[in-house]
Design a protein around this ligand. Structure first.
Ligand code: ZN
Length: 242
């Protein structure tokens, strides 16, 4: 089984389309979506539609999906996140709001080895940034491999070997035993200083995790944000990868 791993698309359609085109070349069988389909970007409806069309075998909600659906208030959001999620909620149809409202809470078990969570396996809204947080996550995991998003920063925490940078992408051998917690980064709003869209493919037969970065039309995504009347910083940050 080869899983395509998508997280934090955030309404960025040019980035999602570039990732989906790139992923065809890598090859995958099933799709996992780790939440935050909407928020920040100017194409939330199209991103929801594309995501559902992939018929993901694992699909969970993110914090922005919850607020857009009215499950939680935007009180904990900063001004930029709040303004964009209010715009998002107003632009979605009732049916699209219902799609977001019905997204299950993570963690979600995908198979005997793999589970997905938006933030952390012990708390869907928790940000795993450092080794101490990752240790909590590794201890709380139900499966052997836990895929997370939420920070928009690719990261790998493992009880086994370190990842190998092969240039075009990062390739990680999935340990035969021991646990692995992985963040493949964000499709729609990378925050690690690299503006390219991030995603992953997990090949269980070859015990291989591939972390990919894809160049996409950032200026188109920026134009869409500005045309929607969303704050300019949301467009600017895409080019900075932050
Ligand atoms: Zn996010």
């Amino acid at each position: 089984m080869r899983y395509l791993i998508l997280s934090d698309m955030h309404g960025n359609l040019p980035a999602l389309d570039a990732v989906l085109a790139d992923a065809v070349g890598v090859g995958y069988d099933r799709v996992l979506v780790l939440g935050d389909l909407v928020g920040y970007g100017a194409d939330p409806s199209a991103v929801i539609e594309r995501t559902l069309a992939l018929s993901p075998v694992g699909l969970i909600r993110g914090n922005h999906d919850k607020v857009a659906a009215g499950i939680e208030s935007a009180m904990t959001f900063n001004d930029l996140a709040r303004i964009s999620i209010e715009w998002t909620a107003a632009s979605l149809s009732a049916a699209e709001i219902k799609v977001l409202a019905d997204l299950p809470r993570g963690p979600q078990r995908v198979d005997a080895d793999v589970e997905i969570a938006h933030g952390a396996p012990f708390d869907e809204d928790y940000y795993i940034f450092d080794a101490a947080d990752a240790r909590r996550g590794l201890d709380a995991m139900g499966g052997r491999i836990c895929l997370v998003g939420h920070t928009h920063v690719p990261a790998m925490f493992s009880e086994a070997e370190a990842p190998v940078d092969v240039g075009a992408d990062m390739r990680v051998t999935v340990p035969a035993t021991g646990r692995m917690l992985v963040n493949v980064g964000s499709v729609g709003q990378p925050r690690d200083g690299d503006p390219r869209a991030a995603y992953g493919v997990l090949d269980m037969e070859r015990r291989l995790l591939i972390l990919r970065r894809v160049t996409y039309d950032v200026s188109l995504a920026q134009r869409r944000i500005l045309e929607a009347g969303l704050p300019g910083w949301l467009a600017f940050r895409l080019a900075q990868g932050q």
